[in-house]
Every structure is written in structure tokens, then in C-alpha cells.
Design a protein around this ligand. Structure first.
Ligand code: HAM
Length: 424
């Protein structure tokens, strides 16, 4: 094989025809499930003004500082490929006055995001997110509903080995109190932390809790949780969420170290971590962002949502022994003995496709034997052979690939035969 002249950039992936089936299956699960929870799909641009992300995600976050694909054209404002979708969605709700028609908006999305990170297993520069945002309500039950929907998405797509990490970030009134307590806890331990943590200590204190290094985690010791510092409304909200979290009937772990990597969160935050992935084990995460709409110029409104990484979802499901990805093979592959039979095969395929059967046929100039090899590779459980004799008798020879058995089927019985195989 010759060396290709062009290769995709690092951290970007082709999704090839053999792999597309699982993506379609996941997407159709989302399009089926999310409207049942009252969410409507929204599609927003893949590019926004850089300022939108700086303002919402936060200036001192890794995403904004190091990971955005940013560019400028002529005299226009700086633009960035979206590193996530929450900010774009809030911008769209405000710009299109969606809350004027209906103050409570439940929206979902599926699409690519871009972050300039060091590629590794489960970490890409272009990846895809499935997400929801519910804007216009503060009810803690809504927080639980989003967690429930996330969990159901994982179950419906074949992922069962995961833990829900749950925490609260308080609000702008009580978080400063906690920040001071945390600072007092970390300061005497600072020398034992890595360079990155030392830098974060000064610029984005909460992210020190997030460091992946074992040595930093043990130096940090028993981090004081935020619970005692919460103001009364945040404390009530947290109690309501944690008390009801048991009802989710999944493994929920209260985790005082969970802070998430985006600055817009208030109160509830959560992250679903897979037991089957290595370092990049966050299948997705989310939380409340009660100040974000106002920050972006909208009316004040509570909001909550999550983002699931589709590539990590697929990795996790493939790790599980019982993973049974559905394939998009044809049910019937037609081969023909000569040119005339090929035309007949084409008409038959068109007819069956109009009846919704998945049918494919050979278009290359190949011997019957070679056509059979292609039919075998197609994964179709049935191969239909059309020769002059079959055509004359108004029949078709059907070969069942699993057993090798061949039998003649009358053309007017063919649809019943295909339906019974499709059902089995
Ligand atoms: P996030 O935690 O930054 O949250 O991203 C959500 C998920 O996207 C991650 O847990 C992971 O599965 C996936 N992901 C992130 N970066 C990469 C990458 N480089 N390669 C592969 N997968 C990746 C958000 O983006 C928030 N907008 C979620 C949210 C919605 N919060 C409230 N509403």
C-alpha cells in the first residue's frame, strides 16, 4: 500500500463506515429518550466569539488558557471553535428570546467540540458531546432528573460499570467562606504539591482538589468539605439533592473533591466515572450554573445540564463483556449469474427496499464465486442468487450463510421469508 500524501491532524478521527453503526445507535437512543424527558433538540454554531467562552467558562481555566482553537480574520472579533456547548446554548436562548415564549426551556444537543489537548486514549482534539440544558428553574428535583437522564443514557447505550460523583459548589455568597477555609488547609501543604497545583493555588484554588497525581492527593489529606460553609438556601438545596440521590438506584459517591473544570458552576455538580477506562475515566459531567444566564446578558435564571463524551461512552461500552453493538449489515445480498440477471437483481433490490428491507447487491464485474466472497464480507445473513433458471421459474435461490443451506424460494413468498429471518 502506498503512503498517503495527507494524514488527518493529531487528535482528530475519521469515523469509518464499519464504526458508524454504533454512533447512529447512540444518536437514535438520544433522539428517542430525551424528548420523553421533555427536551427539544437545538443546533448551535461550531464557532463563537472567543469572548463568550472566556466570560462563561472562566479566564483562569485550562480550557480558556490553553485549549481553545482561536483565530482572527481581518478586523473581525476573535473567534474560537467551541470547546463545549453550554455557553453557546445560553447565548442562543438569550439572543433568540426563547424564554419569552416559554420561560422554562429544556434543550438537548449532539455535536462536535474542540480542545487543544495532548491526545491519548479517550482524549481527542475533536470529540463529541451529547448534552442537555434545563434553563429557568431552581428546583433540586430538576438536578436529580438530569442525573437520572444521564444514568439512563448510559444504561440504554450498554454502559453499566460507573459511579456517580456528587458534590456542591455553593454560590457566590458562601463559596468565598469555603475558599478561605480551603486556602488555610492547603497553604501549609503547598511545598508538597506539584508545580501545577502550586500555580493553581494562586490562580484557581478549587482546581488544586482536581489534580490527578497520587502524591498531590495524599499531600492534600482530608480536605474539609464545603457543607458546613454553605449558606442556608444552598444547604437546603444540597440536602434535597443528596437525600433523593439514593432513589436513583445507582452507585452515588459524595465527593468533596469534585470541583469540575469550568467556572460557571453553582450548587450541584456531578461527574460519572467509568470503572473500565484508564486516566480519562470521566464519561461526562454536569451541574448547576445559576449565574450564567445573567453573566451573558440575559435575565437571571437558574440552569442545570450535563455533557457526555461520546467517544468515551463508546470506549466504555466496548470494554464491557456483554457489549452487543448492533450492526448495519444488509439482510439480503444479491448476486447474479450474468448481466441480464444483474438487471433483474437491481429491480428486485429496488422493490424490496421500497418495502423497507435492507438489501445490497453486487455492481462489480466479478465471477459468481468472487461475488459470493463479497457477499460473505458484507455480513448479510442471507445471500440471494439469481440465474436464468431462477428468473424463468419466478424464484430465487436463498443461501443461509450461517448453515450454508441453499433453497429455492418463490418470489411471491420472498418477503415473508425475509421478515421471518429479520425477526429471528
Ligand atoms: P466537561 O466535563 O468539560 O463538561 O466535558 C464533558 C465530557 O466531555 C467529559 O466528561 C468527557 O467525557 C468529554 N470530553 C471533554 N474533553 C474531551 C476530550 N478532549 N476528548 C474526549 N472527550 C472529552 C462540559 O463540557 C460542560 N459543558 C458540561 C455541562 C453541560 N455542564 C452543564 N451543562
Amino acid at each position: 500500500m502506498s503512503n498517503p500524501s495527507y494524514q488527518k491532524p493529531r487528535g482528530f478521527e475519521d469515523i469509518l463506515p464499519d464504526d458508524v453503526g454504533v454512533w447512529q445507535e447512540i444518536e437514535s437512543t438520544v433522539h428517542d429518550l430525551y424528548p420523553k424527558f421533555g427536551y427539544r433538540e437545538i443546533r448551535v454554531p461550531h464557532i463563537e466569539h472567543t469572548e463568550l467562552f472566556v466570560r462563561s467558562i472562566g479566564e483562569a481555566t485550562d480550557i480558556v488558557e490553553k485549549e481553545m482553537f482561536t483565530f482572527k480574520k481581518g478586523d473581525e472579533q476573535s473567534l474560537s471553535l467551541r470547546p463545549e456547548i453550554t455557553a453557546s446554548l445560553c447565548r442562543s436562548v438569550i439572543e433568540n428570546h426563547l424564554r419569552k415564549q416559554e420561560p422554562f426551556q429544556k434543550l438537548y444537543y449532539v455535536g462536535p467540540c474542540f480542545r487543544y489537548e495532548k491526545p491519548q486514549k479517550g482524549r481527542l482534539r475533536q470529540f463529541h458531546q451529547i448534552g442537555v440544558e434545563a434553563i429557568g428553574a431552581d428546583d433540586p428535583l430538576l438536578d436529580l432528573e438530569t442525573i437520572d437522564l444521564f444514568v439512563r443514557t448510559l444504561h440504554r447505550t450498554g454502559v453499566s460499570n460507573f459511579t456517580v460523583h456528587l458534590n456542591t459548589m455553593g454560590c457566590q455568597d458562601c463559596r468565598p467562606v469555603y475558599r478561605d477555609h480551603l486556602k488555610d488547609h492547603i497553604e501549609p501543604r503547598l511545598d508538597g504539591l506539584c508545580e501545577n497545583c502550586q500555580d493553581r493555588f494562586h490562580r484557581n484554588l478549587f482546581r488544586v482538589l482536581d489534580c490527578k497525581r497520587e502524591s498531590c492527593q495524599s499531600t492534600l489529606g482530608d480536605v474539609p468539605p464545603i457543607y458546613e460553609d454553605l449558606c442556608a438556601p444552598c444547604s437546603d438545596h444540597w440536602s434535597a439533592v443528596r437525600n433523593r440521590a439514593k432513589d436513583l438506584r445507582v452507585d452515588v459517591k459524595e465527593d468533596p473533591r469534585l470541583v469540575r473544570g469550568l467556572d460557571y458552576y453553582t450548587r450541584t455538580v456531578y461527574e460519572m466515572r467509568s470503572g473500565d477506562l484508564g486516566a480519562q475515566n470521566a464519561l461526562g459531567g454536569g451541574g448547576r450554573y445559576n449565574g450564567l444566564m445573567e453573566e451573558l446578558g440575559g435575565e437571571p435564571a437558574g440552569g442545570i445540564g450535563f455533557g457526555i463524551g461520546v467517544e468515551r461512552l463508546i470506549l466504555a461500552r466496548n470494554e464491557q463483556e456483554d457489549a452487543d453493538p448492533e450492526t448495519d449489515n444488509p439482510l439480503l445480498y444479491l448476486v447474479s449469474v450474468d448481466e441480464e440477471c444483474h438487471e433483474e437483481a437491481y429491480s428486485l433490490a429496488s422493490h424490496l427496499r421500497r418495502k423497507d428491507f435492507a438489501v445490497d447487491l453486487n455492481y462489480e464485474d466479478r465471477s459468481l464465486k468472487s461475488q459470493m466472497r463479497v457477499a460473505n464480507r458484507s455480513g448479510a445473513p442471507l445471500v440471494g442468487i439469481l440465474g436464468p433458471d431462477e428468473i424463468e421459474q419466478d424464484e430465487i435461490t436463498i443461501k443461509t450463510m450461517s448453515s450454508g443451506e441453499e433453497k429455492r424460494v418463490r418470489r411471491d413468498n420472498l418477503e415473508d421469508h425475509l421478515s421471518s429471518v429479520a425477526r429471528s
